[in-house]
Each structure stands twice: as structure tokens, then as C-alpha cells.
Design a protein around this ligand. Structure first.
Ligand code: NDP
Length: 515
């Protein structure tokens, strides 16, 4: 027996995955505990069916030119922008984040969609490259072809912005997508799929959702998709990569972080404190590129802590409209936050705002910890909560070395009037905001992703488009070569000439200077 996945706004015509049993996934409001929606769980067969349907859609989509694909994606962009409040409501209900924050992530995702659709032709379309002197008789062309079907596995913390970093760029590159949203935010994923279906000619399933828990993600990894884009924790990323290895499915891993902010002695302290507060506490600290550590020069450390404390004083977590941020979306994360804060305090750190008592059942109030030992779990592990460690350093070299001291390397922030770019380059991370925080994520042309335990591969920007495409290299002979070196008709004279040409071209490159 088969039936069709329901959604917050069910429609029989929409491209949803077929399911083969009646097991239901319930999404709950973290504020009230109410059921927000129910979604049939897809089994492995349903995932395979979705991928098979996506493959047909992908063939149709890939055959369109860039302009026609852009026209469809532009229509979708219009729908998203016009119905932003409606989608923000689904985000609010499933994650508990304030409506305005939901709107912010949707607005940025829409801007990314515009960039991806608008730049796909320029970045991916055919272009000539130099054939070089040795192959001067050839015309060399490179173009980036769609991969086919992209599997996307997403987290719950930014359920629109984060998966759209893969979905928008994969679609713009000419692929179809099968998306497994987090079990906490299935309604958001379904809303995205349904809204795209409204503007795709013939209702072709360019974007489908498969709902469920980790097993469904696992099934997607095994389904034969042409690439798997994963965003989530490092631990799950490792499992995803191991599963995909079985079928040699390429993976993109956007994993966790422990991002640091460096504040130099020439920084605008007030601006740095303002940015640290937003970077640490917004979205209840459930931001992969949120600020979890601050290394501040000792000469301005007291002033910085005073400024940060005063900015934090007015912030509180609650479920009402006026609150700075909402509840912890994933209930189990509260235990991690409590463990980190407890460890920091027990080992000599001080909570100048909040503390262990600030960690409640569903809400965690802002917590600023100072002078925390560098080997405390609050410094070494991803906390993913509204807490921040502020440690003072004697020099910015020390700040850089401490910032680079974890296995993670996602984003970072630097505040300095004169040394911003130097410090940014010294940070071991994929992205850095200078005199700002998280700003790189809102610039569509900038690639987004990390190094080390934060993963590899990039979404956003030209790199993000290429991530979902296969480079195709074509060498076309324009004229016959003067010497045909790849023929058994090659003569000793040609070999001699070839050696002479190579010596002339490259022979002096490694000459040592005469003393
Ligand atoms: P998880 O790693 O728990 O889950 C991520 C996704 O993977 C979910 O959809 C989950 O399903 C799914 N999943 C779980 N097990 C498997 C499996 N064995 N095979 C395939 N898929 C599986 O992360 P969270 O959802 O808790 O997200 C928070 C994490 O995401 C943080 O570490 C954060 O730093 C990171 N993150 C990274 C970003 C980046 O761009 N680098 C951006 C945003 C978040 P389900 O939850 O439904 O069980």
C-alpha cells in the first residue's frame, strides 16, 4: 500500500515522497509542547522511490538552459518573499525562535537563492581556458554539469537558511533534490518543497522531502544519490561519510564549530561587546557559527567584560514576543550546556552573568563565563547554547593560538582597527568576520564552510555552485600539431625537440643564485 506524505498544507498534487507504512513523525512546539504537525515516516523503499522520481525531474531540469531554470527559481523566490510571514510562523512553531529571527533567516535564504540563480550561468557555463604553449594547437573548454540528484540532510537550528545553502545552489546548478529535514523541523522542509512545486511546470518533483529520524538520513545516504550534502554535528557527519563511502557517494560536510572572537587592544570595545552578545546569545546560542569563546587583550579586558555584561543584562529567554531568544529547540542540549557551565565554574571560571542556575528545563538564560581553564569542556567542546567564555590574553599571538586550539575550524570574528585582516588570516577557520559577527553568512558571493572537525566542501558563492556540479574538460584540436607526440609515429628528432622546448620553458626555474 502506498499513500502520500501529508504536510502542514497537504496537497495531493505536490511532489512528496511515497511512504509504505503509517508511522507518523510528530513535530512539537518547544514552547508549548503542542503537536505542530504530523508527517508519515519514509522507509528505505520510500526514499528510493523519491530518488527515482527525482532522477526523472533532474533529467528534465538539466536539459533546460540556465535562463529557463533561473525563471523558475525567480518565481520561487517571489513566493518565498511574499509568504515570508507564513513560513516564519512554521519556523517559530517548530523551533520556538522569535518570529523576527525566523524572518531574518528566511530573508537571507531568499537573497542566496537570487544570487545562486543569477550567477549559475556565469560560474558554471562553458568557458575557454588557455591551452598553454605545449598544446597551443588545442582549444580548451571547461563547463560544470549538473550531478543529477542531490541528497540534503539538514539540522533544526536554522531550518530554512542552512538547508537552503545546499538546496538553492544545487537547484541552480541544474540538479533535483531529495531533502531530509531534521526530525524537529519537518514542517519547514515540507513548506519549502510545497512552495517550489507550485511554480515548477508540470509539478515535477524538483524538491521532495523524506521525513523521519536518523534512519531516513541513513537510507538517503545509501540511495544512490549523486552527492550528499550534510549539515549537522561532527559525530553524525562521520557516520554519514562512512555510509556514503560504501557507494562512493561524494559528500559535503558542514559540521559543528567552537568559534572564537579575538578582541585586540585597538578594538572598538563597545562594538565588539555588542557583536559578542549577538554572536553568543541570539537563537539561544544554537548557531553553528555562533561565538562560544572570546579572547580579549588584557589591556581592555575589564572594559570589554563590563560592556558585555551591561548589554546582556536586558536579555532574557522566554516564549513571548518580546524575548531576546526562545527555548532550547533540542531538549537534550540543555544537559550539554549545564555540563559545560558546571565544569567551567568548578574548575575556577567565574560566571559574571548567569551561571549554572541560569540553565533551566527548556530555557537557558544568558551566561558569561570568565577566566575559564582552556582545557575545560566549555572551551574545548561545542556548547550550542547561550553561553560564552571570555578569557584574557597577553598578546594577539596568544589569542590566535588559543582560538586555533580546538579541532574545529568553522567561523570566527576579529575586532581590531589595524590588525583585522592579519588576525583574520591567522585564524584556522573557513570564514572570519572583521569588526562584525557572522556577516560572512549574509554575503552570497562568499563560500561558507569549515576546516578540520567542522567539515569540508562549501555552500554559497561560486564554490557553492561548483560543489553541486561536475567539471567537464574538453580539449578540441584546432589545427594539426607541429609535433605529434602522442603517436607511435613520433621520431627521435621530435623527442629531441620536445626536450629542448621543455628546457627552454622551464629549465631556468630552479637555478640557484650564483654566490
Ligand atoms: P545532528 O547531527 O544530530 O543531525 C543532523 C541531521 O542528520 C538530522 O537531520 C538528523 O536526523 C540526521 N541524522 C542523524 N543520524 C543520521 C545518520 N546516521 N545518517 C544520516 N543522517 C542522520 O545535528 P543537529 O540537527 O542536532 O544540528 C546541530 C549541529 O549542526 C551542530 O553541531 C551545529 O554546529 C551543526 N550545524 C552546522 C552548520 C554548518 O553549516 N557548518 C549549520 C548549522 C548547524 P534527525 O535529527 O531527524 O534524527
Amino acid at each position: 500500500m502506498t499513500d502520500t506524505l501529508s504536510s502542514a498544507q497537504p496537497s495531493a498534487d505536490l511532489p512528496t515522497a511515497t511512504v509504505h507504512d503509517a508511522e507518523q513523525l510528530e513535530s512539537l512546539s518547544p514552547i508549548t509542547g503542542d503537536v505542530v504537525g504530523r508527517y508519515p515516516v519514509a522507509d528505505a523503499e520510500a526514499v528510493a522511490d523519491a530518488v527515482a522520481r527525482a532522477r526523472e525531474a533532474a533529467d528534465w531540469w538539466a536539459a533546460l538552459d540556465f535562463g529557463r531554470r533561473k525563471a523558475v527559481l525567480d518565481q520561487w523566490r517571489g513566493v518565498l518573499a511574499r509568504r515570508m510571514a507564513q513560513l516564519a510562523d512554521v519556523v517559530h512553531r517548530e523551533t520556538g525562535k522569535p518570529h523576527a529571527d525566523a524572518q531574518l533567516e528566511i530573508g537571507l535564504a531568499v537573497d542566496h537563492l537570487a544570487w545562486a540563480a543569477g550567477h549559475a550561468k556565469k560560474v558554471l557555463g562553458p568557458h575557454r581556458v588557455s591551452a598553454g604553449l605545449l598544446m597551443a594547437n588545442q582549444a580548451a573548454t571547461v563547463e560544470y554539469l549538473p550531478r543529477g540528484v542531490i541528497g540534503v540532510i539538514g539540522p533544526w537550528n536554522y531550518p530554512v537558511f542552512t538547508p537552503m545553502g545546499s538546496i538553492a545552489y544545487a537547484l541552480a546548478a541544474g540538479n533535483a533534490v531529495v531533502f531530509k529535514p531534521s526530525e524537529l523541523t519537518p514542517g519547514v522542509g515540507q513548506w519549502l518543497a510545497d512552495s517550489l512545486a507550485e511554480v515548477v511546470p508540470g509539478g515535477r518533483p524538483l524538491l521532495q522531502c523524506v521525513h523521519g529520524r536518523g534512519e531516513v538520513g541513513d537510507a538517503l545516504c545509501r540511495s544512490g544519490v549523486d552527492k550528499l550534502a550534510f549539515t549537522g554535528s561532527t559525530a553524525t557527519g562521520k557516520k554519514v561519510m562512512a555510509t556514503c563511502a560504501d557507494t562512493l557517494t561524494p559528500v559535503l560536510i558542514e559540521a559543528g564549530g567552537k568559534d572564537a572572537m579575538l578582541v585586540a587592544d585597538d578594538a572598538d570595545v563597545s562594538a565588539a561587546a555588542d557583536a559578542a552578545a549577538w554572536g553568543a546569545f541570539s537563537n539561544a546560542g544554537q548557531t553553528c557559527v555562533g561565538i562560544e569563546r572570546v579572547y580579549v587583550h588584557e589591556s581592555i579586558a575589564d572594559e570589554f567584560v563590563r560592556e558585555l555584561t551591561s548589554r546582556t543584562a536586558g536579555l532574557s529567554a522566554a516564549g513571548d514576543v518580546g524575548s531576546a531568544y526562545g527555548p532550547m529547540t533540542l531538549p537534550g542540549q540543555v544537559d550539554v550546556v549545564r555540563r559545560h557551565v558546571t565544569d567551567a565554574v568548578e574548575r575556577g571560571g567565574r560566571a559574571v552573568v548567569g551561571g549554572v542556575e541560569a540553565v533551566g528545563e527548556a530555557y537557558v538564560q544568558p551566561t558569561v563565563l570568565v577566566d575559564v581553564p582552556e582545557d575545560s569542556s566549555a572551551v574545548t567542546e561545542e556548547t550550542f547554547g547561550p553561553t560564552v567564555v571570555v578569557n584574557r590574553v597577553a598578546s594577539m599571538d596568544e589569542a590566535v593560538s588559543r582560538a586555533n586550539g580546538t579541532g574545529y575550524g568553522l567561523g570566527g570574528s576579529v575586532f581590531s582597527k589595524a590588525q583585522g585582516m592579519t588576525l583574520a588570516r591567522a585564524m584556522r577557520s573557513g570564514m572570519v568576520a572583521v569588526n562584525g559577527v557572522i556577516s560572512f553568512a549574509g554575503i552570497p558571493a562568499l563560500p561558507f564552510g569549515g576546516v578540520g572537525s567542522s567539515g569540508f566542501g562549501r555552500i554559497h558563492g561560486a564554490d557553492g555552485l561548483r560543489e553541486f556540479a561536475s567539471p567537464k574538460a574538453i580539449a578540441r584540436q584546432r589545427v594539426r600539431p607541429l609535433m605529434n607526440l602522442t603517436s607511435f609515429g613520433r621520431t627521435p628528432a621530435m623527442d629531441k625537440n620536445f626536450a629542448a622546448v621543455i628546457a627552454a620553458l622551464h629549465g631556468r626555474a630552479t637555478q640557484f643564485r650564483k654566490r
